[in-house]
Design a protein around this ligand. Structure first.
Ligand SMILES: Cc1cc2nc3c(=O)[nH]c(=O)nc-3n(C[C@H](O)[C@H](O)[C@H](O)COP(=O)(O)OP(=O)(O)OC[C@H]3O[C@@H](n4cnc5c(N)ncnc54)[C@H](O)[C@@H]3O)c2cc1C
Length: 406
């Protein structure tokens, strides 16, 4: 694998300073389990650190900004967790494991990260994404209820449905707190022995015949395995994927309501909806003021993630405002809060998870295409498996990076 110089190169003096550390590290390598680096401590990286540290692995994480910073794909206060999966029933076993691991992280830390108040999937009965939801609940015995249009509106007056639309309540779904989750996993990893270098950008990853050198913050470190969880920056680390991997701008919108009590977690499950002018999703009011109704639409490519353009043209919000007016009685029809984020998207909107083609030492987990957060804990477990043995028993064939290597 060729050297990837991600930004400025290190000074000659710094190279000499690191020489002794590298020599003694090589001498000691055969004596211990692999030494692993995690590049990027965001959604996936924090969980990889937690899982690796828990397995007793010597793991070092690098994060270019502060932990749980607002520029990563984890920003925006809330994420939907669902197991009845519009994107394909292949994901259900991963999601069930993830749910167990979310609860395990909560139990280990005492933090409240996942509220299991259900997730409601809405759309025309014949829509292929609703067919995926039905297949998920039937094939994998997900606790669920299927409701027709009238039943849905009677039970959930916060939604207005059209003729022919149904809903499926996924009782195993709910809402996650993303920034707190990243911080909790990283701090738990540190308590279990992980080393964390925050505000430290990885500038180069150099694969050698036995081991991988990482240059970060002007210093060289040597590892046996490297897990790259760089989110919107993944294509910069691996330009070989750039024909199939691009970062996109995502805009979140929150709406006030005259009937706020109807939009609290006990009354209003998170929802995903297809079949309208645009695909939407919603999260109950966690802090008791506003309800997040977002569009899965993206707002253009982000060429340089650190220069994400955070302004939103009002006209760009017309479609989401129209959907709110059409579907959600009781919500105001213009947002009171707007925030701008990004995520890395692959051309088929399934992530890249596995060894980088041509390497057995460097692994990529990226390109989660706007739906990865719920999977972060199981991705941490997969990262741990890959670093320890090069493979995993989890079913990730559909996420293989090799599908884009040609
Ligand atoms: C607004 C929004 C709403 C979403 N809603 C949902 C939802 O409801 N449910 C759901 O499941 N998913 C949702 N998603 C998708 C999900 O949040 C993302 O797929 C997921 O967070 C991606 O995680 P990641 O680890 O790949 O990236 P990130 O969380 O961005 O982590 C990447 C980290 O790597 C760091 N980094 C990058 N390069 C370097 C380097 N060279 N050196 C050191 N550090 C580096 C970055 O600073 C960052 O902290 C949503 C995404 C967005 C943006």
């Amino acid at each position: 694998m060729t050297s990837r110089n991600l930004s400025a190169s290190m000074s000659e003096g710094a190279i000499e300073d690191e020489a002794h550390e590298l020599v003694s590290h090589r001498r000691n390598r055969r004596m211990r389990s692999p030494r692993v680096a995690v590049v990027g401590i965001g959604s996936m990286g924090s969980m990889a650190l937690w899982q690796l540290a828990k397995a007793g692995i010597d793991v070092v994480g690098f994060e270019q900004y502060g932990l749980a910073h607002e520029r990563s794909a984890a920003g925006g206060e809330s994420r939907m967790f669902r197991t009845a999966y519009m994107e394909g029933a292949d994901y259900v076993p991963l999601l069930k494991t993830s749910r167990r691991l979310w609860q395990e992280l909560e139990a280990e830390t005492g933090q409240n990260l996942l509220t299991l108040n259900g997730a409601l999937m809405i759309g025309p009965r014949e829509d292929p994404r609703i067919a995926n939801v039905i297949r998920s609940v039937e094939d994998f015995e997900i606790d669920h209820v299927v409701l027709d249009r009238a039943e849905t509106m009677a039970r959930y007056p916060q939604h207005r449905l059209e003729d022919g639309e149904i809903s499926v309540l996924d009782r195993e779904g709910g809402v996650i707190r993303p920034e707190l989750a990243v911080l909790t996993a990283a701090e738990r990893a540190a308590a279990l022995g992980a080393t964390i270098h925050d505000h430290t950008q990885v500038e180069a990853i150099d694969e050698k015949p036995a081991g991988v050198q990482i240059t970060a913050g002007g210093k060289v470190h040597e590892f046996d395995k490297v897990i790259v969880t760089a989110g919107p920056w993944t294509a910069r680390v691996f330009p070989q994927f750039s024909a199939h991997l691009v970062s996109k701008k995502i805009v979140m919108t929150w709406y006030l309501s005259d009937r706020l009590h109807e939009y609290t977690p006990d009354a209003f499950p998170a929802f995903g909806r297809v079949g309208g002018e645009i695909q939407t999703f919603g999260i109950p009011s966690l802090e008791g003021t506003m309800t997040k109704i977002g569009s899965v639409n993206t707002f253009g490519d982000v060429v340089l993630p650190e220069q994400l353009h955070r302004d939103v043209d009002l006209a760009e919000l017309d479609a989401i405002n129209r959907e709110v007016a059409r579907c959600h009685p009781g919500l105001r029809t213009t947002p009171s809060r707007v925030s701008v984020h990004m995520d890395a998207y692959t051309s088929d909107e399934h992530a890249l998870v596995g060894p980088v083609p041509g390497s057995s030492q460097v692994f990529v987990l990226g390109g989660y295409s706007g739906h990865g957060f719920k999977m972060a804990p199981v991705m941490g477990e997969i990262a741990k498996d890959l670093a320890m043995s090069g493979s995993t028993s989890h079913s990730i064939g559909h996420l293989s990076p090799a599908r884009f290597s040609a």
